[in-house]
Design a protein. Structure first.
Length: 615
């Protein structure tokens, strides 16, 4: 019931008077259709009496029966016509409700926090939305277009049978309807539990399929195709069992409904046949009660169908409404103003933060990024480096202290205005499965072709794009997998250039690249960060040697800070990290030199033991 109440504003939208008018006209067509539906059996009965000569009211023994037969069929055509008019009028209302709810759900998903999206299963989430949208359509259509007409038809039929045949017939019909509805509800409730089980299995199977396909390369790396197929098949096996039970239970439901209808119709027709034998009714009356009961069986069948569809629709939609009830963790304060940026200075004031209360991440971080300067944050894995960028973007709120931009707490201004002034080049660049132009233009969707090309040139990717057969229209594939790591990073840099933000965050933007590509990307990043307030989160220390200040994090605390030369002179944590990375780089260079020499057939004395070439 709560779900139906939630749907009411979409079926009767307050902001769309044109749709309200359509609903009213649809109801008018509905009433006319039901009136004609009840009237049509009378033409059939009168034609029967005319053909058997049991009436004296006809002006001619031949013309009248033919006219009545034509009237009967015309009434049937009119009933169908008005039903179709009703459906046509209501179609836009139903589809408007579907579109509105689908859009609300989509927007709500984007409003949910990063915490929610890190824990989600994309395949299962997409299936929940898909079933929910279909469930909305089923509920809207069957509630308005079939539920109300069925109740109206029952009321008219009951009045007609009482007037035409008496109370006994009404009692029999009422008992038949009550038994039919009771059995339908009982069986449908049983089937709903099976349906939920089937939905859960379907969601799990789809989640595993999507997850496996998204990690296609990993599956191939380890040769685990068979294992993935078996995991998917295990979920599908559960789905198969539940789906089989759904169809089996439907057969039992239909069989029971047919038995109840058959018993009720037989009782009424036996009474009518006995009345005909006594001369109390005509053959036309016998035909009429049969036609009326057949007419009742149609909405009765719809009652079962409507109830099943609405309950199944509710089972499908309840997960979607549960999703809509998930609160947005990060929200704008009431009447929050937009961020006003003049210098784009960033400050973290005694910031504490935890994802889990039992595991603090940041423990009183305090630093400033002056306007136009570059500050680097380095440290071992798990020190809290990437958390700082997430707090600045306000993906999470700090648990203590505050984060400010030009003295304004990011919690006191709108989220959009904060994110509008920040550009991000992440470590793992994920692209849309669209063209290169689309992905670059994502930084500023209304950018011109000239601005697009200029951003690509600054990111040092324009020449590469020009060599492609389709140029900027080249599709990059799922998550950009058709491009190399360096090419994806350049696209990310280009779209950040196009956005032209006053604040730039480089979150380990080169850590996944080889040394040669890193140097090329680094030169592009240096150009992008010029005259911008830049926060560099880095693992490779060679990329931050020119920063105005380097902050070294360890265990959620600032262990050291200073310039590159100052930190080396201290011989502390930074210096030890620098020495380890320098040794690793030198070993990598020696290994590369040995491999190149081996390819040329040259033996380098003292280095052959470091490398054993493949046979």
């Amino acid at each position: 019931m709560t779900t139906l109440i939630n749907l009411r504003p979409y079926i009767w939208p307050s902001d769309r008077p044109d749709l309200k008018i359509r609903v009213l006209w649809a109801l008018v067509a509905l009433v006319i259709a039901k009136a004609v539906t009840v009237l049509s059996p009378y033409f059939f009965a009168w034609a029967t009496d005319a053909l058997t000569g049991e009436t004296d009211s006809l002006p001619a023994f031949l013309v009248a029966p033919l006219m009545l037969v034509l009237a009967y069929n015309a009434a049937r055509v009119m009933a169908v016509a008005f039903n179709q008019i009703r459906d046509a009028l209501f179609a836009r209302v139903g589809q408007h409700a579907v579109r509105q709810l689908a859009q609300i759900t989509f927007r709500h998903l984007h409003e949910l926090s990063l915490r929610f999206h890190l824990a989600r299963r994309t395949g299962g989430l997409s299936r929940v939305i898909e079933r929910g949208v279909k469930g909305i359509e089923a509920i809207v259509r069957f509630t308005i277009l079939n539920g109300i007409p069925t109740i109206l038809e029952f009321a008219i039929m009951a009045a007609v049978i009482w007037w035409q045949f008496g109370l006994v017939y009404v009692v029999i019909v009422a008992v038949m309807i009550v038994a039919y509805v009771w059995y339908t509800i009982l069986a449908s409730n049983w089937r709903i539990a099976i349906r939920r089980e089937m939905n859960d299995s379907d969601t799990e199977a789809n989640s595993k399929a999507i997850d496996s396909l998204l990690n296609f390369e990993t599956v191939k790396y380890f040769g685990n195709e068979q294992m993935e197929a078996e995991r998917f098949d295990a979920s599908m096996r559960s789905y198969e069992k539940a789906a089989t039970r759904v169809w089996t239970s439907l057969a039992w439901l239909n069989f029971g409904q047919t038995v109840i209808l058959g018993v009720g119709m037989a009782a009424c027709m036996v009474l009518s046949a006995m009345a005909v034998q006594r001369g109390e009714q005509t053959i036309g009356d016998f035909v009429l009660i049969n036609a009326l009961l057949m007419q009742i069986s149609i909405p009765l069948n719809f009652i079962g169908f409507i109830y099943r569809e609405i309950r199944q629709g509710l089972a499908d939609i309840e997960e979607m409404f549960a999703l809509l009830r998930v609160p947005a963790e990060i929200t704008n304060r009431e009447n929050a103003p937009n961020l006003k940026v003049e210098n784009a200075a960033i400050r973290f004031e005694n910031v504490t933060f935890h994802y889990d209360a039992n595991r603090p991440i940041l423990k009183g971080i305090d630093f400033e990024v002056p306007a136009g300067q570059t500050i680097a944050i380095v440290g071992p894995s798990g020190a809290g480096k990437s958390t700082i960028s997430r707090l600045l973007f306000r993906f999470y709120d700090v648990t203590g202290g505050r984060v400010t931009i030009d003295g304004q707490d990011v919690r006191d201004v709108t989220q959009k205005s904060v994110r509008d002034v920040i550009g991000m080049v992440p470590q793992d660049t994920v692209l849309f499965n669209e063209s290169i132009a689309y992905n670059i233009r994502y930084g500023r969707v209304n950018a011109s072709e000239e601005e697009l090309s200029e951003a690509a040139r600054m990111a040092q990717i324009h020449d590469f794009i020009s060599t492609l057969p389709e140029g900027y229209d080249t599709q990059v594939g799922e998550r950009g997998l058709k491009l190399s790591g360096g090419e994806k990073q350049r696209v990310a840099i280009a779209r950040t250039i196009l956005k032209a933000p006053p604040i730039l965050i480089l979150d380990e933007a080169t850590s996944a690249l080889d040394t040669h590509t890193e140097q090329e990307i680094q030169s592009a990043l240096d150009q992008v960060s010029r005259n911008r307030t830049t926060l560099v989160i880095a693992h490779r220390l060679s990329t931050v040697v020119n920063a105005h200040q380097i902050i070294v994090l360890e265990g959620g605390l600032i262990a050291e800070r200073g310039t590159h030369s100052e930190l080396l002179a201290r011989q502390g944590l930074y210096a030890s990290m620098w020495d380890r990375q320098r040794e690793a780089n030198e070993a990598e260079e020696r290994l590369r030199a040995v491999r190149e020499a081996d390819d040329r057939g040259i033996v380098l004395r003292g280095q052959t033991a470091d490398y054993i070439p493949p046979k």
